[in-house]
Design a protein around this ligand. Structure first.
Ligand SMILES: Cc1cc2nc3c(=O)[nH]c(=O)nc-3n(C[C@H](O)[C@H](O)[C@H](O)COP(=O)(O)OP(=O)(O)OC[C@H]3O[C@@H](n4cnc5c(N)ncnc54)[C@H](O)[C@@H]3O)c2cc1C
Length: 445
């Protein structure tokens, strides 16, 4: 049932009219609450947007596979069940692309802009927000990876500066169960700490062949506006390798303070893996931020001893990205832990990708609106794509937090003890849809 906006006195402010902000605004307005949606374009443009349309997809026109056993396929199915405004419109502007959902980006954005502008209760304000409104009514911040610099300063104060990042240099993440532990040893440098790292020892020959592979591999081109940022932030692995044969052995692969218990000697070089989550499901390759193509990452990193069958939960990447240290700042409802009327949505909140940003905006809008209406709402089941992604970003290891896409690895296997990976995904997906349906019914959405 849609309540008419005039019946509810309070309003919700949404800052940023991108994928997340638009979805949040719609979910709020649908519940009869008035929305002020602020978008700075066209007065202030970002480096990547090309129009003044809301919800512009800035780069690829793909929203990923439609297959239920693919991560983005499941996420999209759940979003449709939750009545996603963006996805409903995306279907209208489909272009042929096999089993994936690809769209005419600008026509989609134009259509969304026209419809949202006419939506009862939504007022679109075209101006840059520089400060967070002081009002007690909820504010959803969805200013995205290219948040304007003045507003970023405000956010830096809100998040105590050190918890706001401007650049995403992400190392690959590997599923623990796919690592052959017999070839690694657990230890901390100089035996400080509780053998917190898994270490891959390399002899001269293994090291040299690894460096050669890195030097010869292809990298993803950087956007012009990103070029200087990379080198200010940190160097990609392949760039360090190019600077000299032993650069990595003196850098991120340095063996100092590490003795391989099997040989009793210090290896020539060591690749370290650090635990990523409390459940020990994932390990990060330390210092492996990279711009190598994903196919090359898989091929080259699988040559490392113990990683021959590694399954990559996430690949390494480097790009300009403004985001908060989500586990320190927000709870499972995307709500600021200290200022409960402030919510974070989209890429800024620590998710990665178009569909993930829509998902985050949708849930944020729902949570903020229901809180304002005094309607109780339980957290989403962590067996769902939408719920597991929110739970992951709110509870990940804050010391090394990086934005995350949804992957099946974020959903616990639970009782599904299966070796057939495709079948496991199928069962996880079916369980996710069933449990989401129960949640929707219970929450009366
Ligand atoms: C260059 C680039 C390429 C990308 N390519 C892809 C891709 O191919 N596939 C993919 O899945 N993901 C991609 N992403 C990641 C991500 O999915 C998109 O950035 C996505 O648009 C994020 O949605 P969002 O709503 O969080 O941010 P956005 O869609 O960027 O929306 C944020 C909005 O806030 C506005 N804004 C910013 N500051 C202010 C302010 N102070 N006041 C008012 N308005 C403000 C901006 O103008 C913008 O419209 C890319 C990101 C970047 C930066």
């Amino acid at each position: 049932m849609h309540i008419h906006p005039k019946k509810v006195k309070s309003k919700i402010t949404v800052i940023g009219g991108g994928l997340a902000g638009v979805e949040a605004a719609y979910q709020v307005a649908k519940l009869g609450i008035a929305v002020d949606l602020y978008e700075m374009r066209p007065q202030v443009m970002t480096e990547a947007h090309s129009s003044d349309f809301l919800a512009e997809m800035v780069c690829s026109n793909s929203l990923g596979s439609g297959e239920l056993t693919s991560a983005s396929g499941l996420l999209k199915r759940e979003l449709k069940m939750l009545d996603s405004f963006f996805l409903l419109h995306a279907e209208k502007f489909k272009v042929p692309a096999g089993r994936s959902l690809s769209v005419d980006r600008l026509r989609l954005a134009a259509d969304i802009t026209t419809e949202l502008a006419a939506w009862p209760g939504i007022t679109i304000q075209r101006r840059e927000v520089k400060e967070i409104p002081a009002a007690e009514s909820p504010v959803i911040i969805a200013t995205g990876p290219l948040t304007s610099s003045d507003f970023a300063q405000t956010l830096a104060r809100l998040t105590m500066r050190k918890n706001l990042f401007f650049f995403d240099a992400t190392c690959p993440l590997i599923r623990a169960e796919s690592i052959d532990l017999s070839k690694l040893f657990a230890a901390s440098r100089y035996e400080k700490g509780d053998a917190d790292f898994l270490n891959i020892p390399m002899d001269d020959e293994q090291y040299e062949s690894f460096v050669q592979n890195l030097v010869q591999a292809e990298v993803v081109a950087a956007h012009d506006f990103e070029k200087n940022d990379f080198y200010d932030a940190c160097l990609p692995l392949e760039e360090i390798a190019r600077r000299g044969k032993q650069s990595l052995a003196f850098g991120p692969l340095k063996p100092v303070g590490l003795i391989d218990p099997r040989s009793g000697r210090r290896p020539h070089a060591v690749v370290q893996l650090r635990q990523d989550d409390l459940k020990k499901n994932f390990y990060q390759l330390v210092g492996f931020q990279t711009r190598l193509r994903y196919g090359d990452q898989k091929r080259i990193f699988r040559t490392l001893p113990g990683l021959e069958n590694a399954e990559f939960e996430r690949f390494g990447r480097m790009h300009r990205n403004t985001y908060i240290n989500a586990p320190l700042i927000i709870n499972n409802f995307s709500q600021h832990k200290k200022n409960s009327h402030i919510y974070f949505a989209g890429q800024l909140s620590g998710v990665e990708g178009y569909v993930e940003s829509v998902s985050s905006g949708l849930l944020c809008g729902l949570f903020a609106a229901r809180a304002l209406l005094g309607r109780p709402l339980s957290a989403l089941p962590e067996t769902t794509a939408t719920g597991s992604l929110l739970a992951y970003i709110a509870n990940a290891n804050w010391k090394d937090f990086r934005p995350s896409k949804f992957t099946f690895g974020l959903i616990d296997d639970g009782a599904l003890d299966l070796h057939d990976k495709k079948r496991k995904k199928q069962l996880k997906a079916e369980r996710a849809l069933e449990e989401l349906q129960v949640w929707i019914k219970k929450a009366a959405i």
